[in-house]
Design a protein around this ligand. Structure first.
Ligand code: PGA
Length: 224
């Protein structure tokens, strides 16, 4: 099974997210190969919008069998007096997955291993599946992670995607029996090369997920 995870990062408002979804759902419903890949669990599509927009995904009830939803972060605190935080409890019923440890969180918000381990614990407590990002084998991976994402910072948003060789080598170095996805400037043009590597179980996709056209193309490339 191949994970195809869209990370919209801090982009889109209500209207933009709604039209993205409407277009995307129409395209999928018109594509027999994609529908069949979803039905047979050859692919799993996970959409990670900003948390305030997660409910829009749930509102497309006729399309819920087509994708799963994920948050891009979660609080290290349980529910309580933590104004502004997004506790795992508040994501119950809205998200099935949560990205934790993205390099932007680590670099811009100084998130360190201890804090990230607490986030993973909170996610697990409330039944969310952590998609845990590492930059290399030096980042410790907490217990309970559901999907491991290798994202070299030099490849994120730069157009300088890591080679297939580098991505497969990193899986060996990480040496964990977890689904392993690569992220960093993946698009519909370069995705084919990774698909040939059986060590790579999917992709975490930023920029190429912002347009429903390009994200659909990524998905199409991975099923044909
Ligand atoms: P990118 O982002 O596809 O724009 O490089 C990937 C990510 O940061 O998850």
């Amino acid at each position: 099974m191949r994970y195809i995870i869209a990370n919209w990062k801090a982009n889109k408002n209500y209207n933009e997210a709604s039209s993205w979804l409407d277009f995307f759902i129409t395209k999928i419903n018109a594509s027999q190969p994609v529908l069949e890949a979803i039905r047979s669990k050859k692919i799993k599509i996970i959409l990670c919008p900003p948390s305030p927009l997660l409910f829009i995904l749930r509102s497309k009830s006729e399309a819920l069998h087509l994708f799963k939803s994920g948050a891009q972060d979660v609080s290290a605190f349980d529910e309580g007096s933590f104004t502004g935080e997004i506790p795992a409890h508040s994501l119950e019923g809205l998200a099935e997955y949560v990205i934790i440890g993205h390099s932007e969180r680590r670099a811009l918000f100084q998130e360190k291993t201890d804090l990230l381990a607490k986030k993973v614990r909170q996610a697990l407590k409330y039944g969310l599946k952590p998609v845990y990002c590492v930059k290399n084998e030096d980042d410790p991976v907490p217990d309970g992670v559901a999907v491991l994402a290798y994202e070299p910072p030099s490849a994120i948003g730069t157009g300088e995607n890591a080679s297939v060789k580098e991505a497969t080598k990193m899986r060996a170095k990480l040496n964990l029996r977890l689904p392993y996805v690569y992220g960093g400037s993946v698009d519909y043009k370069n995705i084919k090369s990774y698909l040939e590597a059986e060590e790579i179980d999917g992709f975490l996709i930023g920029k190429a997920s912002l347009s429903p056209h390009s994200f659909f193309e990524v998905i199409l490339q991975s099923v044909i």
